[in-house]
Each structure stands twice: as C-alpha cells, then as structure tokens.
Design a protein around this ligand. Structure first.
Ligand code: OXT
Ligand code: ADP
Ligand code: MG
Length: 581
C-alpha cells in the first residue's frame, strides 16, 4: 500500500518506488530522542549536524541555537540537574566538540546528567590521520573527561546507542556522556519498520537504590549518640527531588542543617533550624555530621583541619556512589543508596518520636545565626553610589523574597560569595551557580535553560568578568524572548577594578575598561538595557524586568575598590615570598 507523506520530512521515509518505507540515521536519532522524552536540544549548528537540527525542529523537538557550544553545554548540564533527565547538547565536529567538552566535564564533576552529541569525521580517514574536514579522534579525547563515551557506526544501532547514553547519564551517580555520531551515519538508510523496532524506550533509567537495613540502623545509632549533631545538604539532595522527605527528616530530628550553595532553599534559609548563617561554628563544634548528597571536597575543607575543629567527628554519609565513602576522612556510617530511599528508611527507623538534640547546642547555633544576621542587616540597607556589594545585594534579596519561585543564577568571585550569603532562598532548585569547579561562564547557559525548562522568571547576578565568558548569549535570550533579567555587577575588573600595572603602560591583568556600559550590549538585540547607579535604581529596574518578563540587562555600577581578591577563597591563592622584591 502506498504511504501518504504528511510532512516534508516524512516524505524522506518513502522510497523511490513508493512501495517500501525507509528511514535514515537523521530520523532514527530524532525518533530515539523523542521516544525517550528528550524533547529539548541545546547546540550550535554546522557540518554535519545542521540538517539534524532542522529536522528535529520540524519533528517538534525544541532546538535552541546558541552562539557558542560551551554555553549550550552549560545549558544542557543544568537542564539535567533541574529535570533529572539528561540535558542534550548537539555540536559539530572537532572545534565545536571541544567547545562543548568543558561543559561535559563540568557536568560529570557536578554529577549532572548530560549527553553531548557531536557529529564527527569518518573513522577510516581519522584513524589513518589523513586530514579530514575537522578531523579529531573525539571519542578518545572525551573518554577521560566523562562518565561514559559511545560511538554509533550503524543506523540500526542508534536506538541502543542512545539507550546506553541515557542509562549511563542518569543511573547511579549521574554524569556526562559523550555520543559520537560520524557524518556518514546520518544518511544511512534502512527499512523503516526495522528501524522503528531497533529503537529502545529506556525503562526505569535510574532505578531506586535501596540502602541496607544494617546501614540505616548503624546511621541512626551514630546519630542518636550525638550531642552536637549537624545535617549538611548538598546539591545531590536538591537533584534527588525528595524534598518532602528531606524536610520531614530535618524537622523530625530537630537537627540544625547547613545547605551547600545549590542546596539553598531545599528548606527555606529562614527556617528556624537553618545554620547557613552560623557556618563556622556548626562545622567546628559539631560532633556528628550527616552528609546528604554532599561530598567532603574542597568546599567542605576535606572534612578536616581548622575549619572542623580539633575534636574527632563522626560522619554519616548518604550517597549513591559507594566509592565516595572514606574519600577524605573515615565515614563511621556509610549509607549507600538513592537519597529518596535512604531518607525514607531513616525516617521509618526513627519511629514515632526522636530525642531532640541538646538545647545548649541548638541555642548556641541560633545565637550565632542571629548575631551574624544582625551584623549584616545594616550593611544591606545602604543606598551608596557607587554601590558596594551589600547595598546592591540587599535589594536583590528583597526581589527574591517577593518572588520565591524565581530562579537565581549567580557567578563571579565577590558577586558569587556575597550573594550566596545575602540572598535567602525559599524553594528547592532555585539557586544555580558555579558548582564544584567554581567555573566562570555558566551564567547565560544556566539562565537560558532555567527559563526554558521551568518557564519561571530568571535573575542572573553576574560579576563583570564572569559575564564576559558568556555575554554574547544575550542575543540568544533576546531571540527566544526569554524572561531573563541579567544584572552585571560592574566593578571594573576581576575581584576589583583598582589594580595598577607596576611594569609598564598596559592595564593591570585584572582590570577592564573603566565605565563600561554592559547595558548597551542587550540593546543591540532589542532587549532592555538599564544603567543603575544606586540600590534604589537597581531595585526599580529589576522589579520592572521581573514583572514584564522582557529580556533585560542592568549595568549595576559597583565601587571598583569594593571587592576582595578571589572573594572568600583568597586563601587558595599561592603566595610568592619574592613578590615584594
Ligand atoms: O560563620 P561565619 O561567621 O564564618 O560567617 C559565614 C556565614 O555564617 C555567614 N552567613 C551569613 N551571615 C548573615 N546572614 C546570612 N544570611 C548569612 N549566610 C551566611 O557568612 C559567612 C560566610 O558564609 P559562606 O559564604 O557560607 O561561607 P564561606 O566560609 O565562604 O564558605 C566556604 C565555601 C568554600 C563553601 C564558599 O566560599 C564557596 O562556596 N565558595 C565558592 C567559591 C567559588 O567557587 N568561587 C569562584 C571561583 S573564584 C576564581 O577562580 C575566579 N576566576 C578564575 C577563573 C574561573 N573561576 N573560571 C574560569 C573558567 N576561568 C578563570 C575568575 C576569572 S573568579 C573570576 C572572576 C571574578 O571577577 P568578577 O568580575 O566575575 O566578580 P567580582 O569578584 O565581583 O569582581
Ligand atoms: P555540593 O557541592 O552541594 O556539596 P556535591 O556535588 O559535592 O554537592 O555532592 C553531590 C553528591 O550527591 C555526589 O556525591 C553524588 O554522588 C550524590 N548524589 C547525586 N544524586 C544522588 C541521588 N539521587 N541519591 C544519592 N546521592 C546522589
Ligand atoms: Mg568584577
């Protein structure tokens, strides 16, 4: 029977003799993505994937074209964090692939599920190093930087290839996966019925991992013995989407909790048990610490040293990755499993009532928190011009308080570290930032994906240096008319705008053009640009932007002398003893 083509691309499936239906690599990739609910692609077009993007768009996949693959990759990575489905980034070969690779490595480091799909050159030419167009052994290069890497050579294997990529990205500890698709694959033709049969709908891609009853019992015994217990929530806890169970565990136990940066809002920062504003004492003085989806890496001073005080602590760690245990210090009670299952089992094991932690401990935490909050409060009220960080952040704190559903994206050094403390978060997965690597340039990709994946308004608070890594994507924001308000904290440089080059007439390495007008950039693309010189002006401009949903960029003029070297991590800078000579 003759098959009737209803759309142009469907026509491609029909054979010349009109009797037998065919499909090809392009369509199989698209069908496989759709079958698995992967309906958004972030990428940059070009040889050999231009038509793949076009056909995907025609087939109802949302394809967002960026100005640089790194930003598309950061968008895909954070889409993975927000949705628990792998974010998909599509690039051309060699340079496009390499541009996307930083984001793939970042996804892996941060435990975000992502699939980087890159077109590539023909194997037979690459392997003989004969100099193909954009020749590069991409699979070999990707392997050490991601969780898994696969290549598909035959159209009939596309379904299996994508299934493997999805499972690798989301099961166990999530991470980045590379999928290499050589140019020739896309035009390979096969029988449509056989093609359809070859596709795989992945069932239960991230199966629950139930903790052992013995591990739960051990953890509860350690917790019960505590005099000064602490719960640390990491971005793994935010990723797990076990929000109600986590809240129940925290509230039932009565234990103070410390949210890591991207776990802020899992419970509100204003919750009476929140110890975010008492960080130093809870780390130093606690005796039992329960980590939920947080690693004892540099952000937690590896679980040892001055930050953690002299006394020996006991750690309980909930993580899906068994090898994370004992990575930095001994873990007294490892609980291996997915956070939803582990937290549910802990709550059940706690029974009807659970002894509240000693009042002396919870009172000490509350006192320290109140002291720090009171100390900060007057600094947030100043209306100085040029603004300092606290004056500018004070109004942004109010903006988020008034719009707790909005998503905050944040990068920079001072702009990051001070915003993290000042801006309270109220709901889970509303704060997105530089993550485990402290990487600059995530801002615009994250802002775009946050708007696309959630439909919520986005406020991106960017250091002027940080913004420079990804700023061209304001065109992308305008093109797709996304509800993103970018505030550039313009202090004229990296950390500060006041450095002077002692050795000549070139500017110092950390300073930028003085008085730069970042707001003019977005005007070039039809967005709204605003210059804000006081906190009042900043508040007015952000309010308008957040309420209108129009793409907006506000150049917030910050005192060039206001920042400190490397924000709050200046201690990590190696010091030269010869520097002053
Ligand atoms: O308890 P105490 O008393 O100690 O007080 C603590 C809290 O209790 C308290 N607190 C509060 N008080 C009152 N109220 C509230 N609500 C409250 N909340 C908290 O405040 C203190 C501090 O709390 P905090 O912040 O929680 O604790 P602390 O000690 O800071 O925590 C430690 C850390 C390590 C967990 C934390 O600092 C952290 O998460 N840090 C992340 C740091 C990071 O990742 N930084 C980014 C990288 S810096 C550098 O590498 C940069 N580069 C190089 C570069 C990079 N990164 N990437 C690439 C691709 N290329 C190059 C560059 C280029 S930054 C940078 C650009 C910088 O310039 P910009 O112009 O962009 O930015 P500006 O600096 O603004 O100019
Ligand atoms: P933070 O930077 O916020 O401290 P990390 O990125 O260091 O957080 O840690 C996140 C941890 O969460 C990782 O060790 C990862 O294995 C773990 N994780 C991620 N998702 C889950 C999950 N669903 N269940 C259990 N652990 C998870
Ligand atoms: Mg700056």
């Amino acid at each position: 029977m003759m098959t009737q083509a209803t759309t142009l691309e469907e026509q491609a499936r029909i054979t010349a003799d009109g009797m037998r239906e065919l499909t090809d690599g392009f369509h199989l990739v698209i069908d496989a993505l759709k079958l698995n609910g992967l309906t958004t692609i972030y990428g940059v077009p070009g040889i050999p994937i231009t038509d793949l993007g076009r056909m995907a768009q025609a087939a109802g996949i949302r394809v967002l074209s960026f100005r640089h693959e790194q930003n598309a990759g950061y968008a895909a990575a954070i889409a993975g964090f927000l949705t628990k489905k792998p974010g998909v980034c599509l690039t051309v070969s060699a340079p496009g692939f390499l541009n996307g690779l930083t984001a793939l490595a970042h996804a892996t480091t941060n435990c975000f599920p992502m699939i980087l799909i890159s077109g590539s050159s023909e194997r037979e030419v690459v392997d003989l190093q004969q100099g193909d167009y954009e020749e590069l052994d991409q699979l070999a290069i990707a392997k050490p930087l991601c969780k898994a890497a696969f290549r598909v050579l035959h159209a009939a294997d596309i379904g299996i290839g994508l299934a493997r990529a999805i499972r690798a990205a989301v099961s166990g500890r999530p991470g980045g996966v590379y999928l290499d698709l050589p140019a020739k694959l896309f035009s390979q033709v096969m029988n449509a019925a056989a093609g359809k049969k070859s596709l795989v709908k992945v069932i239960d891609a991230a199966p629950a991992q139930i903790p052992s009853p013995a591990a739960i019992k051990r953890a509860l015994n350690v917790l019960k013995s505590a005099k000064r217990p602490l719960i640390i929530l990491g971005k793994g806890a935010a990723y797990a989407q076990a929000d109600d169970a986590i809240r129940m565990l925290v509230e039932k136990s009565g234990i103070p909790f410390l949210p890591m940066s991207m776990a802020k809002g899992l419970l509100p920062d204003t919750h009476p048990q929140c110890a975010g504003a008492a960080r130093s004492i809870v780390l130093k003085e606690s005796d039992v610490v329960m980590l939920i989806g947080a690693r004892l890496n540099w952000l937690l001073s590896h679980g040892k040293g001055k930050t953690w005080g002299e006394g020996r602590k006991k750690f309980i760690q909930i993580d899906i990755e068994p090898r994370e245990m004992d990575s930095n210090v001994e873990i007294a009670a490892p609980v291996v499993g997915d956070i939803g299952s582990c937290v549910a089992a802990l709550i059940e094991g706690m029974g009807g009532t659970w002894p509240a932690p000693p009042a002396a401990w919870t009172k000490a935490v509350t006192t320290k928190r109140e002291e720090n909050v009171a100390k900060m409060a007057p600094r947030l009220m100043n209306n100085n011009s040029p603004m300092d960080y606290h004056g500018a952040l004070g109004v942004l704190r109010t903006i988020i308080k008034e719009r707790p559903d909005a998503i905050l994206v944040n990068e920079g050094a001072n702009t990051l570290d001070l915003a993290r403390g000042v801006i309270d978060m109220y709901k889970p997965r509303r704060r997105l930032d530089v993550g485990t690597w402290g990487v600059m340039g995530i801002g615009m990709g994250q802002a775009i994906a946050a708007a696309v994946e959630t439909g919520k308004p986005v406020l991106a608070v960017e250091g002027d240096s940080a913004f420079g890594f990804c700023g061209m994507e304001v065109e992308t924001i305008c093109r797709y008319d996304l509800p993103v308000c970018v505030v550039v904290f313009n202090n004229g440089g990296i950390y500060r705008g006041t450095d002077v080059n002692p050795g000549g007439s070139d500017p110092a390495t950390t300073v930028f053009v003085r008085g730069a007008r970042y707001d003019k950039i977005i005007e070039a693309f039809g967005g709204v640009g605003v210059q804000a010189e006081t906190p009042d002006e900043l508040k007015r401009a952000v309010d308008v932007a957040m309420d209108s949903g129009k793409p907006t960029l506000i150049n917030a003029v910050i005192d060039p002398a206001a920042g400190s070297e490397s924000g709050r991590i200046g201690n990590l800078n190696p010091q030269s003893v010869l520097r002053e000579k």
